[in-house]
Design a protein around this ligand. Structure first.
Ligand code: ADP
Length: 452
């Protein structure tokens, strides 16, 4: 096992990784930007190294400075967390060329799955259904019009390098497709430095279901059940849960197996997530993309399996064999109850969820059995304006979905977070909404039912 690792991230995920490392007797080195000099994760780590000014490009995305910090601190490995450099194949390769283990999948898997078009090709090879659409890049608008004619409207233009729900455009007819095509390309170029776009059938009523995958370098390939991330706004997740209330036993099994097949086909090891769309009308599932890292919503999987995913990642990256078989996991899932996660963002829901950084005057976390609050905030902490607006994740576990709903309601009521606008009132409203409680909704829920 590693004796010292560097965490190339910040905030709640840096803290979360430190906690597991401490338990495992691994020393931690964290990096920080000048904007994070008062962050609590600096105090929890064994060593903290400043890597630059506030702008992410100059600090958390600055590969040279991060590698320099890793060499100064003489670490064995780097954990990238999520976001920032976590899905950057070049960074993974630089780590490896410096003889530092990258805690994540092989570089080739990051490359192959990072491009959504090539990921779809891998899915097809593994016999996993993909959303009807273009086989590859849409070179020009005429090619897009031709495919759209074949699969039928509405259609969705997506960026091959896309992420975070950005760069997607729905078209309901040839006129809007014509208008959207160049805009989508320009948007993708600006956001990801790659203007490649492809086309998919737009699924009008769907659930987002994803499989947590875990594999080692010795041939063991497991799934840890699914997560349902259907409560979204502008294709961004807000609430996640496990298991999904929307699929039957057979569909669940099929999607789980499809996820494992796909990841094996990609030569994947370590933790990763295979994302699917479940079409509620047709009752069919389709692969959409793989996230080659630990996800924000991994705690719900930890709650229902009892595993520590960061520990598993560290063990796999250091070359160990997984200690689990699928039947061990299945047994845990069968008795695993239900878990929810709420993302608490410094945003104003009533003002289009506009980011609202600032000073937190008072923070009192909820407590109780089966309640977990993953956060880096404290009373007096100032949320910097430079990074993601998520300030914490509230996770609960219950014996079944209704029990978990009740626990989440209590926990949300107990949580005190004052001084800045947050999504707390919005989350309370969701957990009181009859359709949400019944589990009967699709990805349009926040817009259609809550008018936001
Ligand atoms: P990103 O990488 O930007 O997050 P994804 O491909 O993972 O993009 O999709 C994010 C979300 O966008 C999905 O959870 C879903 O809500 C919506 N979406 C993606 N593809 C489709 C589609 N073909 N039809 C309808 N909605 C889609």
């Amino acid at each position: 096992m590693f004796s010292r690792i560097l965490i190339a991230n910040r905030g709640e995920i840096a803290l979360r990784i430190i906690r597991t490392c401490k338990r495992m007797g691994i020393e931690t080195v964290v990096v920080y930007s000048q904007a994070d000099k008062d962050a609590v994760y600096l105090k929890m780590a064994d060593r903290a190294i400043c890597i630059g000014p506030p702008q992410a490009k100059l600090s958390y995305l600055n590969i040279n400075n991060i590698i320099a910090a890793a060499e100064i601190a003489d670490v064995d490995a780097i954990h990238p967390g999520y976001g920032f450099l976590s899905e950057n194949a070049h960074f993974a390769e630089v780590c490896r060329s410096c003889k530092i283990t990258f805690i994540g999948p092989p570089t080739k898997a990051i490359e192959d799955l990072g491009d959504k078009i090539s990921a779809k090709a891998i899915a097809k090879k593994a016999g996993v259904p993909t959303v009807p659409g273009s086989e590859g890049e849409m070179a020009d608008v005429d090619a897009a019009l031709k495919i759209a004619e074949k699969i039928g409207y509405p259609v969705l233009l997506k960026a091959a390098a896309g992420g975070g729900g950005r760069g997607m455009r729905v078209s309901h007819n040839p006129i809007s497709l014509r208008a959207n095509f160049q805009q989508a390309k320009t948007e993708a170029e600006a956001a990801f430095g790659d203007g490649t776009v492809y086309l998919e059938k737009f699924i009008e009523s769907m659930r987002h279901i994803e499989i947590q995958y875990l594999g080692d370098e010795h041939g063991t390939a497991l799934h840890l059940g699914e997560r349902d991330c259907t409560v979204q706004r502008r294709n961004q997740k807000l609430i996640e849960e496990s298991p999904s209330p929307a699929i039957d036993k057979r569909t669940r099994y099929d999607i789980q197996m499809a996820g494992v097949r796909l990841m094996k086909e990609a030569g994947y090891s370590n933790a990763g997530t295979c994302e699917f769309i479940y079409d509620l009308k047709e009752r069919k599932y389709y692969f959409i993309e793989v996230n080659t890292r630990l996800q924000v919503e991994h705690p719900v999987t930890e709650m229902v399996t009892g595993l520590d995913l960061v520990e598993e990642q560290l063990r796999v990256a250091s070359g160990e064999k997984l200690r689990w078989r699928q039947k061990d996991i299945d047994r845990r899932l069968a008795a695993g109850g239900h878990s929810f996660e709420c993302r608490i963002n410094a945003e104003e829901p009533k003002r289009s969820f506009a980011p609202a950084p600032g000073k937190i005057s008072l923070y009192c976390p909820p407590a109780g059995s089966d309640i977990r609050m993953d956060t880096h905030i404290y009373s007096g902490y100032s949320v910097p304006p430079y990074y993601d607006s998520m300030v914490g994740k509230l996770i609960v576990h219950g014996s079944d979905r209704l029990d978990a709903v009740r626990r989440m309601r209590n926990a949300l009521d107990e949580l005190v977070l004052e001084g800045i606008p947050t999504t707390l009132s919005f989350l309370k409203e969701v957990f009181g909404h009859a359709k949400f409680v019944a589990g009967a909704y699709d990805t349009s829920f926040v817009t259609s039912e809550m008018g936001l």
